[in-house]
Design a protein around this ligand. Structure first.
Ligand code: DGJ
Length: 751
């Protein structure tokens, strides 16, 4: 890994074993991207790869050659107003609204070993200086006295750059920042598909793949959270890019609030990708001497298909973004009472569930919504974090005590950022909500949002949550957030700072998380937002796992976990087995399929075991015993998507995980609908060692009589054959030997 500055050609070359990223200084001294792709030799010079040309209608700056037209140039941190008519990365105006025309020219640079921490925002990190190097490029508009620092951290082990910007006002007068993207990436071809992960409640992060076209396209959120509608991550991939071959760039924002990912295809086939805080309803007052730091963006490249890029993002997010004691620890198998009881439970019912869970081998009992105030439905009590003694006469302390005595850990649901109008907290502090209590109010799930821009609200929540966490042996917290934001103003902010509301909210949220995770490092936090409405890399820095979706149906989970897995590692995805008929879609799926899909995540159950038959309980016992043996492979193995891209063919979905030493692997194959008399199919595996032989088994060991999928595959098989040919599927379903719809096979491989 190296970051080298070549003064003769005025270029920087950031290079590791996977990528080269070359930044060249243009004739006006602004930085341009010369190359981002497979590694190039360090002793070469590449600044001439940045091309500019005079064309009809092109403009050029006075004093520079007519060929120097910014509109066609691959710029690193573009500004508007000097001949580049595409969307910019940064915009500033005076307090009165007079726009600044920015020229950001090279002033200085430094190369740092390791990675400097941003202040206040979550980010990836290094554990030793040798893991990464950082180029800090200092740009300046001398006339306006604005400085911009661009940070580029290159990790030795990944084809990924961590990028962010810091904008400083040295002008001596107050200025307003109206756009501050984290990164901008100009590519010189329009031949890309935009891949993004979009949906809604209960169908989050479905993969969408669309060819890009001239003009601007993209995704974003204006909901106050990263949202279920669009995830703050995307890829630009060659149309022929697949899981195993082809070029793609990835970009993910380490941020939980309003974001924007834009792609603009210019009229000369140039493609600009920009990402950062959504500029809509954003402005930030920069007093003289103030700086603004953008969130971090992680920008990656592969020439070997999506699978390769996903592996690197999993490793980087899982091991160098997630922090704390739980980062590398196997996550407990939990049971959550939500779908078992919803709001209607008492201590006796919970203890019955816990006893049965313990008997099945479950390790953590999680008490969900409804334990506090008068919370018997979703119309009241958020904010009143006092236990409901009618339901729980011995309090959380008593319940947690009884459960931990059984040998289970205890976890609790909270929704700290919210308040019900029908609550003591709201009656006492109506001024603490977002918006103004006297003006228009919009409810979401009957609740209002606490104003996290106010330090006193954050302090109050820190104290309240600390009190709860200290009152009982609580080792897990599920932190929910069940609405989008409206009336986005804060009574605590001055009128000229209202554009700061959304970002300050997220800064307040991060500061609360930071304080709590520091004070209670032993607690495993799982974030949640009406399912996966805030599943993002910002929160992942504090919560090693997140509830992936309220949709717990195994078949619905296939596209959800598929899309999520493009950037986020399996260990981050909360995944539970629930009852049938499924509560979201009414589907009946086999218990082993439900488990097989949920195994590839932070695994648990969300059902009432007392309503299950003895056969089902026995199956669950087997599932748990199996998962305990294979948990590390499922949660921390290298994850591969083998078959069933939702964009191509989603009837036979298969994915696998391989242990780091390549000696153990698990493969899940789900057949959504059974078809009669199917043909044979080969499913090549990935990530195995070609030299090893593997003992292949099918789990569970209750085959349908003489089943071909078992006959063909079980036994000792060579790694090279499994990589080239793979599992042999099909052959059942012509003679009555079929497991039917929604069936699945789980294969284990041991060297
Ligand atoms: C939404 C979550 O996603 C569910 O799992 C559950 O915790 C409910 N909220 C409780 O209100």
């Amino acid at each position: 890994m190296a970051i080298v500055w070549y003064p003769d050609t005025r270029e920087f070359h950031l290079r590791n074993d996977f990528i080269s990223y070359v930044i060249a200084l243009l004739p006006d001294s602004s930085p341009a991207l010369a190359y981002f792709g497979k590694p190039l030799a360090l002793d070469g010079r590449y600044s001439r790869l940045v091309r500019f040309e005079a064309r009809a209608l092109s403009t050029h700056q006075k004093g520079l050659p007519p060929s120097f037209c910014l509109d066609f140039v691959s710029r690193e941190y573009p500004t508007y107003g000097r001949g580049d008519f595409r969307f910019p990365a940064v915009e500033l105006e005076t307090e009165e609204g007079f726009p600044l025309v920015l020229d950001l020219h090279y002033k200085d640079h430094r190369v740092i070993s390791g990675k400097p921490e941003p202040s206040g925002l979550p980010a990836t990190y290094c554990e030793s200086e040798g893991e990464a190097e950082t180029l800090v490029l200092l740009l300046e508009d001398r006339a306006e006295q604005i400085e911009v620092e661009l940070f580029y951290t290159l990790f030795a082990a990944h084809p990924i750059l961590a990028r962010r910007a810091a904008i400083r006002n040295n002008s001596g007068r107050a200025l307003r920042l109206t756009r501050a993207y984290s990164a901008s990436l100009d590519l010189d071809s329009p031949n890309w598909d935009l891949i993004h992960f979009s949906g809604a409640w209960a169908r989050e992060r479905h993969l969408v793949r669309q060819p890009i076209a001239p003009g601007v396209q993209g995704v974003g959120s204006l909901r106050g959270s990263s949202s279920a509608q669009h995830n703050p991550s995307a890829m630009l991939a060659r149309p022929d890019c697949t899981e195993t071959a082809g070029e793609a760039y990835g970009a993910i924002l380490v941020y939980s609030g309003n974001f924007s990912i834009d792609v603009e295809v210019g009229s000369h086939g140039d493609t600009r990708l920009g990402l950062g805080i959504n500029p809509f309803h954003f402005s930030w007052l920069l007093a003289p001497g103030d700086s603004f730091e953008t969130p971090e963006a992680l920008v990656g490249y592969t020439a070997q298909g999506f699978g390769e890029l996903s592996l690197h993002y999993h490793e980087l997010l899982g091991r160098r973004l997630v922090r704390g004691q739980w980062r590398d620890r196997e996550r407990p198998i939990l049971i959550n009472n939500w779908e078992a009881t919803y709001f209607h439970f008492d201590e006796q019912k919970l203890l019955e569930i816990a006893r049965s869970a313990k008997d099945l081998g479950i390790e953590l009992f999680v008490l969900d919504d409804g334990w506090f105030g008068q919370r018997n439905d979703d119309t009241s009590s958020l904010g009143d974090w006092e236990v409901n003694r009618e339901k729980l006469p011995h309090g959380i302390e008593g319940l947690a005590g009884s459960i931990t005595q059984m040998g289970l850990s205890f976890g609790l649901w909270v929704e700290p950022e919210m308040v019900s109008p029908d609550s003591n907290l709201y009656r006492t502090h109506p001024d603490w909500v977002v918006g103004s209590p006297l003006a228009k109010q919009t409810l979401g799930r009957n609740q209002l949002v606490l104003d996290m821009t106010r330090p006193e609200v954050v302090d109050y929540l820190y104290e309240t949550l600390s009190r709860i966490l200290s009152s009982a042996p609580i080792s897990y917290i599920k932190w929910d957030m069940n609405r989008h934001m409206t009336e986005p103003v804060s009574a605590a902010l001055a009128p000229d700072r209202q554009g700061e509301f959304f970002h300050r909210y997220i800064l307040g949220l991060y500061s609360l998380y930071r304080r709590l995770t520091r004070s209670f490092p032993q607690v495993l936090f799982e974030s949640c937002s009406a399912g996966g409405n805030r599943f993002d890399a910002g929160l992942l820095s504090f919560t090693p796992q997140a509830w992936t979706s309220d949709d717990s149906d195994a078949i619905e989970r296939l596209p959800i976990q598929w899309g999520t897995s493009f950037f986020y590692p399996p260990s981050s995805m909360g995944a539970h087995v629930s009852a049938v008929p499924n509560h979201q879609v009414g589907r009946i799926t086999p218990l082993w399929t439900r488990a097989g899909v949920a195994f590839f995540g932070a695994f648990g159950y969300e059902l009432d075991p007392l309503k299950l038959s003895d056969t089902e309980l026995e199956e669950i016992r087997q599932q748990i015993a199996f998962y305990k043996v294979w948990r590390r492979v499922f949660q921390f193995g290298s994850f591969y998507r083998l078959s069933g891209s939702p964009a191509v063919d989603d009837n036979l979905v298969a994915w696998m995980s391989v242990s780091q030493d390549k000696r153990r692997a698990v493969v899940l194959v789900v057949q959504v609908l059974a078809h009669p008399n199917p043909g044979f199919r080969r499913l090549p595996l990935r990530g195995l060692s070609p030299e090893q032989s593997y003992q292949v088994k099918v789990i569970p060991a209750v085959p349908v009589k003489n089943e071909a999928s078992i006959r063909f595959n079980e036994g000792l098989r060579r790694g090279d054959e499994l990589l080239q040919v793979g599992l042999l599927l099909g052959g059942d379903g012509w003679n009555g030997v079929s497991r039917g719809d929604f069936t699945s096979w789980l294969f284990t491989l041991e060297a």
